[in-house]
Design a protein around this ligand. Structure first.
Ligand code: ZN
Length: 458
């Protein structure tokens, strides 16, 4: 085992290979020790290529990590694995303001990329709560979603080109910079969302958008899901495609999320069944504000909104989002099972009703909260399971996932599959689909060294 680590040390240099305590503590305080044999921090694509060539020759598993903010165990290591971190590869290599592209190394954090784009008057359109730690490579490997998908799409839509190191150390450079490129298979798409199982992303060309300086944010309350869904269509049309976010919080979530030492009085104190955070951006502050207000006014006249508060400044806007992002409040539900699912909006009400009934009959008493990116048909659900018992947790998962196929939903909307959802992949993917995934995996990684056992068992 140590032979490979010695070889890696010789190939990469002493300072790039870590063993012992640094590796054991990698999972952070209070977490089980990391059982990887070594942690590698290569500083170039060539060094990543050398790493994979050696690990492939030795048949040793390589788990690549980004900012470690994933939620499905996608970077969990097994005994003897080689853990690969790209944290030394954070360089923003080039921003081309006229072509609106950025070339960046995979270890850069999302926030660094967002800020670098903004400095040029441009927007990196992906945004999510973990922006400060999540890396571009991780965002690509998991096809991250987040808060602005309704307008700009998921990570896949922000990637024009990729540089990827294949399992045997081959560097595949498809650093394309144009939006349209129909030259055979679009190979980069294979790696986006592959969770480190088909290659290691080392660099990317990102598509940037114009930065929209005028932003309007409202928190509104509604009395039924039907009303919320009608509001979604209405506002989307009224704002002419400039809606950035349509985040819905069920009252169960809102009540918990409004509590917290860092939060002031709730912006809407009265109890309503649903709260919706709506945000739009545009180029002209005065015109944008007027249109946003008028759209909300008309929604209210049509009975789609029962109460509404507008953020008057950035501080108030941040306060609205702090409630939406306050998942720390979920601690009240421990031990809890957390879900990231897609359900078509037209089936949401009946799906939740049925699922709730089944959970109630399993658990006796049901405490759960629902929130999420309703504009993307993406719900986050947290269910209090009462006692920490693997069999019971699995039963809860089976109920939540089991009803999705019938309504055309998905067991993962934006978090991926990793290890934690592997047993449930078949609810969303057919046998032929999973068989084709295995064929691709074997073709690109015949020795099964890249994040083995993630997404499906190998
Ligand atoms: Zn989310």
């Amino acid at each position: 085992m140590s032979d490979l680590v010695d070889e890696l040390r010789a190939a990469l240099g002493e300072g790039c290979v870590f063993t012992g305590e640094v590796v054991r503590d990698r999972n952070g305080p209070g977490m089980p020790p990391c059982p990887a044999a070594a942690l590698l921090k290569p500083d170039s694509t060539a060094a990543v290529a050398r790493t994979l060539a050696l690990c492939n020759a030795a048949g040793r598993a390589v788990v690549t990590e980004g900012g470690r903010t994933g939620l499905v165990g996608g970077t969990r290591t097994a005994d003897g694995d080689i853990l690969l971190s790209l944290e030394r590869m954070q360089r923003i290599e080039r921003i081309d303001p006229r072509a609106r592209t950025m070339t960046v190394q995979a270890g850069a954090t999302l926030q660094t990329v967002q800020e670098a784009a903004e400095a040029e008057g441009l927007l990196m359109a992906l945004d999510l709560g973990a922006r400060g730690s999540a890396t571009i490579g991780g965002n690509i490997a998991t096809n991250a979603g987040g808060n602005q998908v309704i307008r700009y799409g998921m990570m896949r839509e922000q990637v024009l080109g990729l540089e990827v190191v294949l399992a045997d150390g081959t560097v595949l450079s498809t650093l394309n910079g144009v939006l349209k490129n129909n030259t055979g298979y679009d190979l980069k798409q294979l790696f986006i969302g592959s969770e480190g199982t088909l290659g290691v992303v080392t660099r990317a060309v990102l598509r940037l958008r114009p930065l929209m300086p005028a932003r309007n944010t409202a928190l509104v309350a509604s009395r039924s899901l039907t009303q919320v869904i009608a509001l979604l269509s209405f506002i989307e049309r009224e704002l002419g495609g400039r809606m950035n976010a349509f985040e819905v919080m069920w009252n169960s979530f809102y009540r918990i999320a409004c509590r917290g030492p860092h939060l002031g009085a709730p912006p809407i104190a009265d109890v309503h069944p649903f709260y919706v955070l709506i945000e739009s951006t545009g180029s002209e502050p005065a015109a944008e504000a007027e249109q946003f207000l008028a759209a909300l006014g008309r929604a209210s006249e049509q009975g789609l909104v029962d109460e509404a508060v507008l953020a008057q400044n950035e501080r108030e806007r941040a306060a609205f989002w702090a409630i939406r992002d306050n998942i720390a409040g979920m601690i009240e539900l421990l031990p809890v099972a957390i879900f990231d699912i897609s359900v078509p909006v037209t089936a949401m009400e009946s799906y939740l009703e049925r699922t709730g009934e089944q959970l109630r009959s399993l658990l006796g008493e049901l405490r759960w909260v629902v929130f999420g990116h309703l504009g993307d048909s993406n719900l986050h659900v947290a269910v209090r399971i009462g006692r920490e018992e693997p069999a019971l947790r699995h039963q809860v998962e089976d109920i939540v996932y089991g009803g999705l196929a019938a309504v055309g939903g998905s067991v993962s909307a934006e978090h991926g599959i990793g290890l934690d959802k592997r047993d449930f992949l078949h609810y969303s993917r057919s046998e032929p689909e999973i068989a084709l995934m295995r064929t691709l995996k074997r073709a690109l990684d015949p020795r099964n060294i890249l994040n083995p056992g993630k997404i499906f068992s190998s």
